[in-house]
Design a protein around this ligand. Structure first.
Ligand SMILES: [Cu+2]
Length: 211
């Protein structure tokens, strides 16, 4: 009787897995692609790009910036994918866990808090950041990927619930929210404690879900 039960379970899994694999492959095709965010200053001039590269457990940000004022600049993900100068349209920091701002804050940081960029005298900066809390995969695809990696339909469904809920659990959290999100560069360096330290918003780039 026990053997028969195991066999039946095995059969069920055999049926379920190809179906899962099929939806997975279509989701992966668009979800595994690097996203290139075009950064613009308040006058609409291009000031470089930020590539978002999906990784096994998060996102690698690769910034290639130019024509920016030399010095230290705050660099964040903001909560809305709208970059109308002077960029208040992008809202506050991306903060799905309802944390406080800053690496130095015991109740922080915002997940949108990223390290400062340092622009040279030639107006250029190249920087890479990694976050294991942010993804550019859609929530649904994250759930499916989790299911497949752990090799269990049950596990997939459990963490799928978390992923689908979006802003609960431990993430990673998708930047491809319904309204999109934005990468913001500030006039001054972020002191990683006081949000106002970074000053005004000087460049913005939209992260949008695929339409
Ligand atoms: Cu900011």
């Amino acid at each position: 009787m026990r053997i028969r039960t195991i066999l039946a379970a095995g059969l069920l899994a055999g049926v379920a897995v190809p179906a899962l694999a099929q939806s997975q492959s279509s989701a992966t095709a668009s979800d595994s692609a690097t996203k290139v965010v075009q950064m613009k200053d308040t006058k609409g001039n291009t000031v470089g790009t930020v590539e978002l590269r999906p990784t096994a457990h998060g996102t690698l940000f690769v910034a290639n910036l130019l024509n920016l004022p030399p010095g230290t600049h705050g660099f964040h993900v903001h909560e809305r994918g709208v970059c109308d100068p002077p960029f208040q349209s992008a809202g506050g920091h991306f903060n799905p866990t309802d944390a406080k701002h800053g690496y130095m804050n015991a109740d922080g940081p915002h997940l949108g808090d990223l390290p400062n960029v340092h622009v040279g005298e030639n107006g250029r900066a190249v920087a890479e950041f990694y976050s294991d809390k942010l993804t550019i995969r859609s929530n649904q695809a994250t759930a499916q990927a989790t299911g497949q990696t752990t090799g269990g339909q049950t596990t997939g469904a459990a963490s799928g619930g978390q992923g689908a809920a979006g802003n609960t659990g431990s993430g990673p959290y998708s930047l491809l929210t319904q309204n999109g999100t934005a990468i913001m560069i500030h006039a001054n360096g972020d002191d990683y404690d006081d949000m106002s330290s970074a000053g005004g918003r000087i460049a913005c780039g939209v992260i949008k879900p695929p339409s």
